[in-house]
Write a protein that binds this ligand. Structure first.
Ligand code: ZN
Length: 256
């Protein structure tokens, strides 16, 4: 069995979901964590997880979707939502994004820290995003003692030193389809311990791709697993088993 540690199935229309989930299950992906990006989308993630047995939910405020401060009221609302269902298994998606068009960095920093505190408060791990912000992300994780809550470095594309720094803080590294094409990432994926790796699709609707069958879906976690097995010279069964066990451990047994 495989698991998708991070996807955005909430962004697909309801009527597409049975087929997407069916294709995932056919490819061996038996559990998928649907990550929220706003309070609204987090609500939808929880509702979907309640409806579909193989779906689990993350609640969180994505750094690029922050419109206002993650204040006490936001904290209380996310907290209430997270505690409303046993299928909420992570605080996700949070982190830092330093593209020029992204929200103010102080706003992002405060929201990231608040969400790590929320994760600690409710006993869930944190799943975070880092774009052009690895140094500051690692600094926040260290200052907020992330090892006390556990978590996942989502859609990892950093270098070996960044991976090692995260792993030393007790975090997992989540690999996605970039593993199929980035030689530097393949090198990192060969060297870090398999016991610290989880897999994901990060799938969301991709209308910019000409053919619908090329859209990334949770089923593509299977090809990431195959590539990882090839790179490490081990059986794909070992990759499947270990990465799924890792995700179960990070989510403290809440995953099915
Ligand atoms: Zn995401």
């Amino acid at each position: 069995m495989l698991a998708d540690s991070h996807c955005h199935l909430d962004q697909f229309p309801d009527e597409d979901l049975p087929e997407i989930i069916g294709r995932a299950e056919e490819a061996g992906v038996a559990a998928m964590i649907v990550a929220g990006t706003t309070l609204e989308s987090s609500r939808r993630c929880v509702a979907l997880a309640e409806r579909h047995p193989s779906l689990y939910a993350g609640v969180g405020a994505h750094p690029t979707d922050l419109e206002s401060a993650f204040d006490d009221e936001a904290y209380a609302r996310f907290r209430e939502l997270a505690l409303s269902s046993p299928k909420v298994v992570v605080v996700s998606e949070t982190g830092l994004d330093y593209l020029e068009t992204s929200p103010d960095r102080n706003l992002q920093d405060a929201a990231f820290r608040q969400q790590i505190r929320l994760a600690r408060d409710i006993g869930l791990p944190v799943v975070f995003h880092s774009r052009e912000a690895h140094e500051d992300v690692l600094k926040v994780l260290m200052e907020e003692r992330v090892w006390e809550v556990g978590g996942i470095f989502h859609y990892f594309q950093g270098d070996q030193a960044t991976a090692v720094a995260a792993i030393e803080m007790g975090l997992c590294i989540s690999l996605a389809r970039p593993l199929l094409r980035l030689p530097e990432l393949q090198e990192v994926a060969r060297k870090i311990p398999l016991g610290s790796i989880v897999l994901e699709s990060d799938s969301f609707p991709q209308p910019f791709k000409k053919h619908r069958h090329n859209w990334t879906e949770p089923r593509h976690v299977a090809e990431v697993a195959e590539r990882l097995a090839e790179l490490r010279g081990i059986e794909v069964a070992e990759v499947m088993e270990t990465t799924t066990a890792n995700l179960r451990e990070v989510t403290k047994g809440r995953l099915g």
